[in-house]
Ligand binder design. Structure first.
Ligand code: KIV
Ligand code: ZN
Length: 520
């Protein structure tokens, strides 16, 4: 019989903890909405006590989503659980996810607690959380390096206190599929109450085995898999959601398990995350890499032309890969544009359609052929827009191989024009220097990337700029234009606006992510 596996997405908690993957509130809400559209079952929206930013994300996501469970992480401590509940209390379906380490090395060197103390704390804190919420997940951090007999004892205790999901993570990515299977079977044998609750798996990818281990967990009876979009997460990341979902989908005959996930939203979710974080996936990444469905060799191409199944085990459309569809031109009207956007699966309000239509027209004026991917890039950018503290009025660039490149940039802030001139090693560098002069705070350029959204001489340039402020906090900005210098300038200004937006959300404008216990 086919089992249904719950997908617990922790992109916004475990994923967001990884370097270069931080997101602001708007971006997290946008990502959460996309995950809801994909019909994941549970979204871990953050670690409420770890920072005011995380608290706000959990609260806002809990109040926004209606069709999935929203969870907050909490240590097994009253103040953590109180804060998690404060953030979750308005959710349609809230879950408190409390965790403590159970391996000898973690108990001794990290927690400085004895096994008995870990047992007592777990049982007491699950009982404490239960007074707020019926849906309680308890996780044994570093479970795979823990003693199964000890684990079984705590599991029996926390289930008696009200835990409804028991998660046994491979926190350090150390186990192997066979070993994890045996371990989970053993724990279930020693803890008979496991049959009354949901067994969950949460695997890290240090040895590249996170997905294989998650599938082994399903074989051992796990009914919930914790994972992230694109496999982002601490160190080598978490199990990649798209790989698990498509492995179950494609090899249902072997796994006899399925998920509720709307698979043709996979590529859109992956692209949205990459766009927000500026972290691209490797071209050969399974399911969502640029080459995942490309056939380069002549023999393969020939086979696929005769019969797709010669080399394709999944249909590209099943993960939402659209062909490079030619869409509308500069003569297309709003009606046709609205139809196209709906066909692509977006549900925009009339006001949003109006805004996007203006952007589309501007683009169609500059670019002969507008593709689905161009429209997707425009929509994705607009969806995570922050207030425009600074906006670009105009720029003039003087560059060449016999002169020092110079940029004049004029921006508007609070209705006032601000203009600066600067030189640089090249036109982009000169432009960034001029913007820095206008903004006037010590900013450091951490990363700059430029790519085209589609092929062709008139392709839309998509620039990514990452800057850091004096606290070392990194902000990623994107800019789109058929002119690559303009795209770069817009990306820099977008990063500055994000920095200002985020600082206004944090008390005193400082980075308050200081008390976040390492949890991966
Ligand atoms: O990897 C891990 O053990 C975790 C727990 C906090 C669930 O992320
Ligand atoms: Zn983790």
């Amino acid at each position: 019989m086919t089992k249904t596996i719950k997908i617990f997405d922790t992109t916004l908690r475990d994923g967001e903890q990884s370097p270069g993957c931080s997101m602001n509130l708007k971006e997290k809400v946008e990502m959460a909405k996309q995950l809801e559209k994909m019909k994941v079952d549970i979204i871990e929206a953050g670690f409420a006590i770890s920072s005011p930013g995380d608290f706000m994300s959990v609260k806002t996501i809990a109040e926004t989503l209606k069709d999935c469970t929203v969870a907050s992480l909490a240590r097994t401590a009253e103040q953590d659980i109180d804060r998690a509940w404060e953030a979750l209390s308005n959710a349609v379906s809230p879950r408190i996810h409390t965790f403590i380490a159970t391996s000898p090395i973690h108990m001794e060197y990290k927690l400085r607690m004895t096994p008995d103390e870990v047992y007592e704390r777990s049982v007491a804190m699950v009982k404490y959380a239960k007074k707020y919420c019926s849906d309680i997940e308890w996780s044994a951090e570093d479970a795979t390096r823990s003693d199964p007999v000890f684990l079984a004892k705590i599991i029996e205790g926390v289930i008696k206190s009200g835990a409804t999901t028991i998660n046994l993570p491979d926190t350090v990515g150390y186990t192997t599929p066979d070993e994890y299977y045996d371990f989970l079977m053993k724990v279930q044998e020693f803890a008979p109450s496991m049959s009354k609750v949901i067994l969950s798996s949460h695997c890290h990818n240090d040895l590249g085995l996170a997905v294989a281990n998650s599938l082994a967990a399903i074989k051992a009876g796990a009914a919930q898999i914790e994972c992230t979009v694109n496999g982002i997460g601490e160190r080598a990341g978490n199990a990649a959601m798209e790989e698990i979902v498509m492995a179950l989908n494609t090899r249902r005959d072997i796994h006899q398990a399925e998920t509720r996930t709307v698979t043709n939203e996979i590529v859109r979710s992956s692209n949205l995350l990459s766009r927000i974080t500026g972290v691209k996936v490797q071209p050969n990444k399974a399911i969502v890499g640029e080459n995942a469905f490309a056939h380069e060799s002549g023999i393969h191409q020939h086979g696929v032309m005769n019969n797709k199944e010669t080399y394709e085990i999944m249909k590209p459309e099943s993960v939402g890969l659209s062909k490079n569809n030619l869409v509308l031109g500069k003569h297309s009207g709003k009606h046709a544009f609205r139809d196209k956007v709906q066909q692509m699966g977006y549900n925009l309000s009339e006001e949003e359609i109006d805004g996007m239509f203006i952007k589309f027209k501007e683009l169609a004026d500059k670019k002969k052929q507008v593709y689905d991917r161009d429209i997707e890039a425009l929509i994705a950018k607009a969806s995570v827009q922050v207030p425009k503290t600074y906006s670009l009025e105009h720029f003039v660039i003087n560059s060449g191989n016999t002169i020092t490149p110079t940029a004049v940039i004029r921006m508007i802030r609070d209705g006032k024009p601000l203009e600066k001139v600067s030189r640089g090693d090249g036109p982009i560098n000169a432009s960034f220097n001029a913007i820095e002069k206008i903004v006037g705070t010590g900013l450091k350029l951490e990363d700059y990337q430029l790519q085209s959204v589609t092929e062709g001489n008139d392709a839309l340039g998509d620039a990514l700029v990452k800057i850091s402020d004096s606290d070392g906090q990194i902000y990623a900005g994107r800019g789109l234009s058929t002119d690559v210098i303009e795209a770069s300038i817009r990306a820099y200004i977008n990063a500055v606006n994000k920095m200002i937006y985020e600082k206004t959300l944090k008390p005193n404008g400082i980075n308050v992510k200081t008390d976040k216990e390492t949890s991966n």
